[in-house]
Design a protein around this ligand. Sequence first.
Ligand SMILES: O=P(O)(O)OC[C@H]1O[C@](O)(COP(=O)(O)O)[C@@H](O)[C@@H]1O
Ligand SMILES: [Mg+2]
Ligand SMILES: [Mg+2]
Length: 345
Amino acid sequence: MTHFKELSDWLQHWAGDDTARRDIAATLMALAEVGTKISTLVAAGPLAGDQSGIVGENSDGDLQKLLDLTSHHAVIAALADAPVAYVGSEEAEEPISLRPDAALAVAVDPLDGSSNIGINLPMGTIFSILPALAAGGEASFRQIGRSQLAAGFLVYGPMTELALTVGDGTHVFVLDRRDGTFRLVNDTASIAHATEEFAINASNYRHWDETLRAYIDDCLAGDDGVRTKDFNMRWYGSLVAEASRILARGGVFLYPSDQRQGYGEGRLRLVYEANPVAFLVEQAGGAASTGAGAILDQVPDELHQRVPLIFGAREEVERIERYLNDPQSLGENAPLFGRRGLFRA
Ligand SMILES: O=P(O)(O)OC[C@H]1O[C@](O)(COP(=O)(O)O)[C@@H](O)[C@@H]1O
Ligand SMILES: [Mg+2]
Ligand SMILES: [Mg+2]
C-alpha cells in the first residue's frame, strides 16, 4: 500500500526549529484534531441526536442550529491549548480572547454548509490564521487576507479532507480512519486556468444584475452561443465542498451580491470564509475576486463583513470581472444587454 505522509510529520518538517512556524503548526494540529471530532459527529447523523434544532441566532440574524454551536464550542476548547490570542467565530458576535500574549489570531467558520445538516450532504470547518496584533482582537481581524499566515478547511463528506496552505502551495490531506491521522494525498493542488463548469445558486437569477445574468446566459447557451463550448453546473449549498471540488478538478464558483434585502454584499463572510478560500485558491494557481478586485486585498470593516465571492479558474474569474465591469472589452463576444435570458419570461 502506498505510504502517505502524516500531517504531524509534514508540519514538523515544515516548522523545523522556527518558533513562529511551530506556533502555526501546533494551531493547525489542534484544528485538525477538532475537525476529526466534528467529522465523527457529522457522520453519526441522527444517531448523535437531533443536530438540526434551532438554538439561537448569530450576529447577522442567521439561525444557529445545534451542530453549529456544538462545533463552535469544540473549536474554542481545542484552541484554548494552542498559542492563540483571539478567536473570531461566525457563531460569536465579538472576538473571543484566549491568551492575549500569544502570537496568533484564528478566524473560523466552525460549521460551513449547515443547511446540509440532516440531509447527508457535505459540510466543513474553515479557518484563517493571522498574526495577533497588540491592538486587540477586533484589530487583528481587520487585517487584509494577504496577512494570513496559514489557512485551510476541513470537508466532512464521503472523505474527511483537510486542504491547507502555509503560503507555499496548497496541500490536501485525507483522514485515515484506521489510525485517526491525516495523510497527504496531494502536495501541489493546482487549478486549471480554463474551465467548463460553474457553480452558482441559479434560483437567485431574477435578483442578479444584468451583467451577471449575461455571463450565466452565455454559459447556458453553450456551444450554440458566444462561448462556443458547453458548460456543466453544480451547486452543493456548501462552500467547502465546492472549494474541494474546484481544487480537485477545476471550475468556477460565484456567490454574487444581488437585489434581495441583506444581500447587497453577497452572503459569504470575508474574514472566515472568503479569505481562507482565496488564499488556498491563489496558492493553487487560481484566482479569487469580489468581481472588482482580489479578495485578499479587501480591508475588512469588521469580523462578520460579507463580500461577493467569485473564485476558481483564473481565466474564467478574469472573464467574469470583464462581464461585470467592462463588457465592451469582450469585443464581438460583448453581451447584448436587454436580450432575453434563458431563465426569463
Ligand atoms: O443557501 P444558499 O443561498 O445557496 O447559500 C449557500 C452558501 O451558504 C453557506 O452555507 C454559508 O455558510 P454557513 O452554513 O456557514 O452559514 C455556504 O457554505 C454556501 O456556499
Ligand atoms: Mg459558512
Ligand atoms: Mg457556518
